[in-house]
Design a protein around this ligand. Sequence first.
Ligand code: SF4
Length: 158
Amino acid sequence: MESCTCEKCKGSCLKRPCWPTPRGAARIIEFGLGSRFMMDWWVADGGEEDILILVPALVGYVSEWAPSRPIGACTFYTDNGLCEIHGRLKPLEGQMVFSCLTGEDKVHGVCQKDLHEKIARTWDNDFARALTERWLAKRNLSLSGKPDTDMFSMFAML
Ligand code: SF4
């Protein structure tokens, strides 16, 4: 199936990268594309630790921590306006918001905030933590390098 070319989908890819589940991210790594990720995080509610999440990198942030304002074009967004990993590797958030893989009518009415948080919470387990730890270690990145959260950017992304 070809990547979606509607303006809403393309606009989303230029606004911020969509998020995979840990299993989806592991598949992308298996295909040799792990260096195209950046390390992002979900800001936890009071008292909990932030949840680390491997996501397609913003242009300029491959194999780095996400910036505190993670807004911009996804590295998998191609010059011809398509998703380079559309198909089996496309992150679940992108699949569900756009309905690209099902071929159904577009359902842009999906609540993006709820979906974003649900995907984030799939990273709160030992499998995901091992994945993020390995990815950071391979790049000599550490938790001390994690940027502070820009709370205003969180609202801009939704
Ligand atoms: S992975 Fe593909 S669908 Fe998701 S933001 Fe990047 S280009 Fe768009």
